[in-house]
Ligand binder design. Structure first.
Ligand code: SF4
Length: 796
């Protein structure tokens, strides 16, 4: 049959599956979608039944297939030239005419054969590593039996032979878990392999070979004993490297020889697990389009490459397919409905989001394309538990693969699913646990700034901030003593459920969802904004005010930087365009300006802004001496442990009152990877330096070291807190913030819950040793995982 492509109909679960390629189609027969969406001739089950089905539940197969068959027949009546492209194999019940009008699809017998997990694993085990699997009847599935069959494992995956989306898949570790599993004959049992990455790859089989496409990390969450598919992220190549992607493609080629041999053409998906050693373990084949096809199409069409559907049809037509070049990774996040209930669906929307801070800067650049795919039929519908409420397709990574091979999703997305239960009431200062949670959730999720607040802040006549990076957020004060530097320029914050709002009666407040949860103040910008030194240097380029602390940057660059490939991968200073060192006279003028400006109210001074090169040491010491002459305020110096220990004494004599030698990461293996320069300084060197510093500045709190939370396992950070506390050094915890323009810009920040655990455990470690988690200065807690819980915390 010669297919008339002007009469092509898409047949599948959702209209949004073809959101980036509607122009290929004349119509669509789907379960969910907007009537007449994309100008297509649509046949939508939901618009009749007002019910969204869980398509992974086999109970619904009958009514889904009936809709597909009835609708294809109806289409053929008014459009005999119609041609159908199916998401999956057409149902076995289709008649000859529909079969003939479906020239691009797998015949159902072959589909069944390739979807049979056990038989495919058994066949492929001759060529590649496959997940160990045993078929058992329900009565033989006991936890003792499973432990005997798979020695060394404590958790097991039980699956039906067919089934997808996690619906027929259970994770069990006890007799109670097993009692919840659907019993029956011929269940498949495999060991649950911890720390393995779930990966999927589309492959197109042609008459002549196969074309593997970009693989993705699958986002799978455990919920009520089930392993549910919740999205995918195509940044695998960026996160794990081209080498792994090559390995995956080569293994898929070998699998392709088998599926081609049994007669498959067009698209299929392969699921793998990747072990921490980088080995690939085959899990299953799905001979159809994938849940991740929409995100892959977004990348392909952006590069003007043929979509997966076009390559699939080309394979059936015997045409050759050119493998696409490098693609920008897109991601999908699926929001599943928790219960069987009525839901109000929003219109499908597309956003291009950016920072509300219009200050020109090389780090103030984050953008986010967000496509909210609701497949709404309009109004309220009944939504089954486990059915997708909506999906996001975004033009950037939404997961991080952690050091121990776990997939962490962007907390901002998770917050969208818990928004009903997050912060439901106004928060009071005496509820310390909730105040801490709020502060840490603000670090993790960031904040949006609504129009009312923007209107008020515009009156400041400058951007909303004067700096970028790790503490480049909005300076908020909650109650009288909770300082928080809240991210709002980073793309994850564009999706935050928190919003800054202003009203005539109440001033500024923070809302969560639509609820007002706490009032706040936005701290003013320093009075020196817009002013310059007599040599013409802008004061904002020489120093910044963090609440009551003036930070001066004599060097305006770091010896470890992007040019020598030694920059710490999370730090904006290493990536910034270096400026010439500041003349000492300029530093002196800035300090003078701040001392005379009553609005600034500085109480102490930090000297930092990058590790100085060896040649600049005397300049650093001279700068400190000059500041010392101007004021008797405490001077705090942050620096790397110097090779020559006598330099610490020089600092003491120059007038430094407090020193910080920041470990950043206690796990030195991770430190070496994320800090190719500074990370090479040994732990012993830090210990020796901190001990010497303690001899020079014995008062508790004068010697500090900062650890970043969220870039290493929590146990490592806590071990670091213990070691520092044992030395009598004040530990300070700082949240990892993915700064635009740095190498870790796409890494997901830690969750508020993770920070809370870090804070809680660190407090206990410090309490046991009779010390206090830093910083003691309440205003300097704006970007630290600390809450002023006792009288040791104070303003300077
Ligand atoms: S050494 Fe310090 S200033 Fe330099 S890149 Fe690393 S964290 Fe940033």
């Amino acid at each position: 049959m010669t297919a008339n492509m002007d009469h092509l109909y898409w047949v599948g679960p959702r209209l949004s599956d073809i959101a980036s390629i509607p122009h290929l189609f004349h119509g669509a027969i789907v379960l969910s979608g907007k009537q007449g969406g994309h100008g297509l001739d649509t046949h939508i089950l939901e618009s009749v039944t007002r019910r969204r089905l869980n398509t992974n539940n086999p109970v619904n197969d009958g009514r889904i297939n009936k809709h597909y068959i009835d609708s294809t027949k109806a289409v053929l009546k008014h459009d005999p030239a119609a041609v159908f492209l199916w998401y999956s194999a057409p149902p076995v019940e289709i008649d000859t005419e529909i079969g003939e009008r479906s020239p691009f699809n797998v015949e159902s017998g072959l589909y069944q054969r390739l979807s049979n997990k056990l038989s495919v694993r058994t066949e492929l085990a001759n060529w590649i590593d496959v997940i160990p699997t045993i078929e058992l009847d329900g009565q033989d599935i006991t936890i003792e039996n499973l432990k005997g069959l798979f020695p060394g494992y404590g958790r097991f995956v039980i699956q039906s032979t067919f089934g997808s989306g996690g619906f027929g898949t259970w994770l069990v570790s006890s007799t109670t878990d097993i009692s919840r599993v659907a019993s029956g004959y011929g269940m498949l049992v495999s060991p649950y392999m911890d720390h393995c990455l779930p990966v999927n790859q589309h492959v197109i089989i042609t008459d002549h070979g196969s074309v593997p496409l970009l693989p993705s990390v699958q986002f799978i969450q455990e919920r009520d004993g089930r392993l549910l598919y919740q999205g995918c992220d195509y940044s695998l190549v960026d996160q794990l490297g081209a080498h792994l992607v090559d390995d995956i493609s080569q293994t898929s080629e070998r699998i392709s020889r088998f599926v081609r041999g049994v007669g498959l053409r067009g698209v299929f998906g392969v699921d793998y697990l990747v072990t921490t050693a980088g080995e690939l373990i085959f899990v299953e084949i799905n001979p159809r389009f994938q849940g991740s096809t929409a995100a892959l199409n977004a990348s392909l069409t952006e590069q003007q490459c043929p979509s997966v559907q076009e390559m699939h049809m080309a394979a059936f037509q015997g045409r050759s397919i050119k493998p696409p070049g490098p693609l920008r990774p897109y991601s999908t996040v699926i929001f599943l409905n928790e219960d069987n209930d009525e839901i109000e669906l929003q219109e499908e929307r597309f956003f291009e989001l950016g920072t509300p801070d219009h200050r020109v800067s090389e780090f103030n650049v984050d953008r986010l394309k967000l496509h909210v795919l609701t497949d709404h039929a309009g109004g309220t519908i009944h939504c089954d538990a486990g059915a997708p409420r909506h999906r996001y397709v975004v033009d950037r990574p939404v997961t991080t693969i952690t050091e121990n091979h776990q997939v962490h999703g962007l907390p901002a997305f998770q917050a969208q699913t818990i928004s009903a239960s997050g912060f439901s009431e106004e928060i009071t200062r005496d509820d310390v646990a909730n105040v801490a949670k709020l502060k840490f959730e603000l670090f993790s999720l960031g904040i949006t700034v609504d129009q009312s607040a923007l209107g008020q802040l515009a009156g400041r006549g400058h951007g909303l901030t004067i700096r970028d990076g790790i503490a480049g957020g909005l300076e908020l004060l909650l109650f009288d003593d909770i300082h928080v530097n809240v991210p709002f320029k980073e793309s994850f914050s564009f999706l935050s459920p928190f919003s800054l709002h202003w009203s005539q009666n109440d001033g500024f407040s923070i809302t969560y969802g639509k609820r007002r949860i706490v009032s706040c103040r936005v701290l003013p910008l320093p009075g020196y904004v817009g002013k310059t030194s007599s040599s013409g240097n802008a004061f904002v380029d020489i120093g910044q005010i963090f609440t009551d602390r003036l930070g001066v940057y004599p060097f305006r660059s770091c010896a470890y930087n992007a040019r020598n490939k030694k920059a710490c991968k999370f730090c904006e200073i290493g990536y910034q365009t270096p400026l010439a060192p500041v003349p000492i006279d300029d530093l002196s003028e800035l300090v003078d300006e701040c001392l005379s400006d009553r609005k600034s109210q500085i109480r102490h001074i930090l000297v930092s802004g990058g590790v100085p090169s060896k040649q600049r040491w005397s300049y650093l010491v001279d700068s400190i001496k000059r500041i010392r002459v101007l004021t008797d305020m405490p001077i705090y110096q942050m620096l790397e442990p110097p090779e020559d220990m006598s330099r610490i004494e020089e600092l003491k004599h120059a007038g430094v009152d407090e020193v910080g030698f920041n470990l950043e990461l206690f796990n030195r293996e991770i430190a070496e990877r994320l800090m190719p320069g500074k990370g090479l300084v040994s732990l012993q060197k830090y210990v020796d330096t901190l001990k010497r510093a303690k001899e020079l500045w014995p008062e508790f709190g004068a010697v500090r070291s900062l650890l970043i939370v969220g870039l290493e396992p929590l146990e490592d950070t806590l071990q670091g807190v213990e070691e520092l506390a044992d030395l009598g050094v004040m530990p300070i915890l700082s949240p990892f913030r993915p700064v635009p323009g740095t190498e870790l810009a796409h890494r997901v920040p830690p969750t508020g819950e993770f920070m809370y655990q870090a804070w809680d455990a660190s407090q206990r470690i410090c309490d046991q040793r009779g010390i206090t988690l830093g910083p003691l200065c309440v205003a300097c807690q704006n970007n630290t995982i600390t809450v002023p819980v006792n009288e040791h915390y104070r303003y300077y």
